[in-house]
Write a protein that binds this ligand. Sequence first.
Ligand code: ZN
Length: 95
Amino acid sequence: MEQLTCPKCGLIDEPELAPSKIHIGAYCKYCGAWIKWMPQGKKPIFYFGKYKDKPIDEITDVQYLKWAKENIKKQKADWYLAVQNRISELEFLLK
Ligand SMILES: [Zn+2]
């Protein structure tokens, strides 16, 4: 992981990471000062229904994924792809 400089105490070290709703916060290991927001991993998530806010690759309900893929229109191509990949993965695992 990259090293960051704490703006408060000047420590240069890998930060302590703590996820919040949208971002991951990087905090100084020494004094606890907030340093910056780290980008979230690019995991596509569900943002509706019973799996709201859950990463697609953690959903194990293949029926629901299939339903969502068929019925939820206005989604981005990468979302569809992630859902499709997850369905394939689950179908492979369930065989
Ligand atoms: Zn510090």
